[in-house]
Design a binder for this molecule. Structure first.
Ligand code: CTP
Length: 407
């Protein structure tokens, strides 16, 4: 029995030419055993007849909020409650905007407001509409609230333009839905993953320390997703306010030296090592035993270099280990990232320009680029740190499987 058997998927279809692709998607989902409840916007009905979706899904199609078929229930609440997943494909700029603003003026938007199920959005629109700052801001807002996006593809658009905005193919959307219900099983089963996260704390005296802005969110998201993919996960983390994801073994540390010790002592048992931590490059040469007292007008702190943990791992790693580093930069991202990758002998490096909106420390989103020894592998647009984590782990799993096949 497939993973979609008996799952209720509420499919929102908006008014765009890509609405015809939603018919193919409905058919695939229904054939896989899912209960597909289709809601169409008034504009969608201009492109495809509700009868098409009714026939393919074998269920009544909802268009009008007030067209209540069953007096025993309020349809939009009933639909919202019954959903295991709400998927909008194609999603127009208008529906995305309404969802971001919390507006409910039709069957789809009211259902979206009422549901507690995960919401996925597969946008489709003209390339300039997609790039419009208002649309981008709405998508960022939704991303921060946990809405997941299935990105549009690039290519010939129905409006005549060539560019980004074409609805992802039904096969692609179907595969993502299937993976969601499978919980990405087994891609890292049997693997031990060692993740570092957060910023280190370098003590000056008993009440003062040097640290950085790292929140730990990227590393925690990686640890959480690695567990979902079946790995045994150890998370070596500097102080962080985040909740430790279920199934993750936490090793709390303070300084770069503590982190080095925690990581190197576990290196042998790990097949995948991901260094998302922001490690302090320097530490105070002396840690005062007592609180430093205020005396002269100026105070000079002497700092000494910390060991580079990633570089050490790069020298120690065996052929069976896969190492991923991070490079947070404010300029010349490609050059700095490639330089670090080579210098520290990583298999992959994740570069992010922390000066960009939606990237870097503290937030729930990131804008990253993956590089390997040959250069850029993938440049991802803004998305949640969990989506970045999943894509990074999928790439690592693929590369590790390929390497195992070769040896
Ligand atoms: N790193 C590490 N140990 C250190 C410093 C950095 O393991 N002492 C790791 C980080 O966890 C990250 C990668 O190296 O995966 C890059 O960190 P970054 O601070 O950007 O690199 P640096 O070599 O310190 O370069 P920069 O001059 O930009 O600070």
């Amino acid at each position: 029995m497939g993973v979609l058997q008996g799952k209720t998927i509420v499919l929102g279809v908006c008014g765009g030419i890509a609405a015809y692709k939603a018919a193919a998607l409905t058919s695939k989902l229904t054939q896989a055993g899912a209960v597909v409840r289709v809601i169409m916007t008034r504009s969608a009905v201009q492109f495809v007849a509700p009868l098409t979706f009714q026939t393919l899904s074998r269920h009544h199609v909802f268009v009008d909020t007030f067209d209540e078929k069953d007096p025993a229930v309020v349809s939009h609440i009933n639909l919202a409650d019954s959903a295991d997943l709400v998927l909008i494909a194609p999603a127009t700029a208008n529906t995305i905007g309404k969802l971001a603003l919390g507006l409910g003026d039709d069957m789809l938007s009211t259902t979206l407001l009422a549901t507690m199920a995960p919401i996925w959005v597969a946008p489709a629109m003209n390339v300039h509409m997609y790039a419009n700052p208002a649309v981008q801001t709405n998508m960022e807002t939704l991303l921060r609230r946990g809405v997941r996006f299935i990105e549009p593809g690039e290519g010939q658009l129905a409006c005549g333009y060539v560019g980004k905005g074409r609805l992802a193919e039904p096969e692609e959307i179907f595969a993502a839905v299937e993976r969601h219900f499978q919980g990405e099983p087994g891609r890292l089963a049997g693997k031990h993953v060692l993740v570092t996260a957060g910023g280190t704390v370098e003590r000056l005296d008993p009440v003062r320390y040097l640290t950085n802005d790292s929140s730990g969110k990227m590393g925690y998201a990686i640890a959480e997703e690695a567990v979902r993919m079946g790995a045994k996960v150890t998370l070596v983390s500097g102080p962080s306010a985040l909740t430790v994801p279920e199934g993750v073994q936490l090793v709390p540390v303070q300084s770069a030296l503590d982190m080095r010790e925690a990581v190197l002592s576990r290196l042998g048992e790990s097949q995948l090592i991901i260094k998302a931590a922001a490690v302090a490059d320097y530490r105070p040469a002396v840690v005062a035993e007592q609180k430093i007292k205020k005396k002269a007008d100026s105070l000079t702190l002497e700092l000494i270099k910390n060991p580079d943990i990633l570089q050490e791992i790069g020298t120690l790693k065996t052929k069976k280990q896969f190492v991923i580093g991070f490079a947070a930069e404010t300029e010349a991202l490609d050059e700095h990232a490639m330089d670090k990758l080579k210098r520290k002998n990583c298999d992959l490096i994740v570069g992010n320009d922390v000066s960009q909106v939606g990237a870097g420390f503290g937030g729930d989103t990131n804008v990253v680029r993956f590089y390997d020894q040959n250069g850029l592998v993938q440049a991802l647009p803004i998305q949640s740190k969990w989506d970045v984590a999943r894509k990074l782990l999928e790439l690592a799993a693929e590369r590790m499987a390929a390497a195992a096949g070769e040896s």
